[in-house]
Design a protein around this ligand. Sequence first.
Ligand SMILES: CC(C)(COP(=O)(O)OP(=O)(O)OC[C@H]1O[C@@H](n2cnc3c(N)ncnc32)[C@H](O)[C@@H]1OP(=O)(O)O)[C@@H](O)C(=O)NCCC(=O)NCCS
Length: 151
Amino acid sequence: MLDAIATEQGPWLLMRSGEIKPRDWRNRIAQATTDPAQLIVVPTIDGHVVGSLGLYPDPRSKVCAHVRILGMSVAEECRRLGVGSALLAIAIGWAQSKGVTRVVLSVLPHNAPAIAFYERHGFAVEGRRRSQFILGGVAYDEVLMARFLEH
Ligand SMILES: CC(C)(COP(=O)(O)OP(=O)(O)OC[C@H]1O[C@@H](n2cnc3c(N)ncnc32)[C@H](O)[C@@H]1OP(=O)(O)O)[C@@H](O)C(=O)NCCC(=O)NCCS
């Protein structure tokens, strides 16, 4: 599914199609399911994967223990049906139960659907790093968004 999204005319994701192999995904999922600091949610409809959401600790660990990094996607044919909102509700509930007080993410500046989605869910733009990413030889800025969680 993520490979298909990576081929969409956006681009929307910070990966190219085929870049992450099935074995790597299996390892990531296995790691997330055994690490209580991480969450991966994969919704399915009739056995087909229609989205994914991950919450990961910041690698700077101790000083960012209150923070999780969010990444999420919904299959193109299932967007605007509330799947993303349902996934995010699960993630926010889980994060609150873990004492997380801040969820952060990166989004590409032209990804208006995602920015609208995140703003609708209480995230705010906090900054922008210029030419932070090079995808397919093209430089893109990184838009930084975050939401503080109430307890
Ligand atoms: C961003 C994304 C996860 C949203 O998932 P979704 O399942 O479509 O979201 P929902 O149906 O729950 O949308 C909830 C609200 O978000 C906003 N929203 C979602 N898509 C939008 C769009 N294309 N344009 C404007 N607002 C949008 C709307 O307020 C929407 O409510 P509404 O449909 O009642 O107007 C999805 O568009 C996606 O996977 N995009 C491609 C991958 C991607 O960009 N991932 C994020 C990378 S940072």
